[in-house]
Design a protein around this ligand. Structure first.
Ligand SMILES: NC(=O)c1ccc[n+]([C@@H]2O[C@H](COP(=O)([O-])OP(=O)(O)OC[C@H]3O[C@@H](n4cnc5c(N)ncnc54)[C@H](OP(=O)(O)O)[C@@H]3O)[C@@H](O)[C@H]2O)c1
Length: 286
């Protein structure tokens, strides 16, 4: 039942996306877009959708650790209509929790940048769930917690800061920074201490950035429950039985969103550009 209505839904979304391409295509501009966690799930969908909404002469930098998946996506985008029209696609095998990983991403972005670029977009999408099989009082190991926060908070701050410094404000250049957030930034979930902490910290970090850098467009986008590897992990590993049941019920009742459906809403937000900078916008608000 879900699959047949889901198919219809996706078909109508595809139609909406095509309409957007026609009406708004030029509005994202000649873009340099950096997407972390582009090897699968939501990040891969964002890469595909952005590629359809940019002017020729744009570039996309895809980053994640899984080289084969990144290269497959790079080939797909390079051979797509956008690729044939001049979209440059670079893939960077990088662990964003490591300084070398951030160096690689910034290096690739610098190489891909041209004077014609009029919009730099950074999508901070890479994240991990952390160990949700334990409760808060089990996190006694400083190194374990630091490693989680390094990947999920510090890397996001440092990549954003380095991107904005590498491509400073200048006339004619728009800069947009997207934080892929979660309901967990706002609401506590039992046995999800690391994830909730990381997402809440990121939201606040981006609110501060929006205050400090009024010329930068800053968006925390909460994509909703997505049918991805992260959800599978949530269903199989969550320690709190009622939270685990919630995720299992969402799955069995067909309540998960496709990455395409959620991403279409993110693209609409970026194209319309009407959100308050620093805001947390949930897919269900739209
Ligand atoms: N799924 C949901 O229901 C849901 C709900 C709300 C918010 N979100 C958020 O949406 C975003 C995407 O989630 P998803 O569901 O698509 O997750 P996913 O399927 O697990 O994908 C996560 C992505 O992050 C990358 N990544 C993980 N660790 C990395 C590292 N150390 N360095 C570089 N890249 C790394 C992964 O690539 P590699 O493994 O190749 O490195 C992968 O591309 C996340 O920010 C997540 O918190 C998801």
């Amino acid at each position: 039942m879900w699959s047949s209505s889901g198919l219809k839904f996706e078909a109508s979304l595809t139609f909406v996306c095509q309409i957007n391409v026609t009406v708004y295509e030029t509005l994202l501009g000649r873009v340099l877009c950096i997407i972390t966690g582009a090897s699968r799930g939501f990040g891969r969908t964002v890469a595909r959708e952005v590629s359809r909404l940019v002017k020729p002469g744009s570039a996309i930098v895809l980053a994640a650790r899984s080289g084969d998946d990144l290269r497959a996506l790079r080939t797909e985008l390079t051979e797509s209509e956008a690729g044939r029209a001049g979209l440059r696609v670079e893939s960077v095998v990088a662990d964003v929790g490591q300084t070398e990983g951030l160096d690689g991403i910034i290096g690739a972005a610098k190489e891909a940048f041209t004077e014609e670029v009029d919009h730099v977009i950074l999508v901070n999408n890479a994240a991990s769930l952390g160990d949700v099989s334990r409760f808060t009082t089990s996190f006694t190991d400083l190194a374990e917690v630091d490693a989680y926060l390094s990947l999920n908070v510090s890397s996001c701050l440092c990549l954003t800061a380095r991107t904005l410094r590498t491509f400073p404000q200048r006339p004619g250049l728009r800069r947009t920074v997207v934080n892929i957030s979660s309901l967990c930034a706002l609401k506590p979930f039992s046995s999800w201490a690391l994830y909730c902490t990381g997402k809440a910290a990121r939201d606040m970090m981006f609110k501060v950035l929006a205050l400090e850098e009024p010329d930068v467009r800053v968006l925390s986008y909460s994509p909703g429950p997505l049918d991805t590897a992260m959800q599978e992990e949530a269903r199989s590993r969550t320690a709190d039985p009622s939270i685990r049941k919630l995720f299992c019920d969402h799955f069995s009742e067909g309540k998960l969103l496709t990455c395409e459906a959620s991403c279409a809403k993110l693209m609409k937000l970026l194209l319309e550009d009407g959100y308050a900078s620093g805001a947390h916008v949930d897919v269900y608000d739209l």
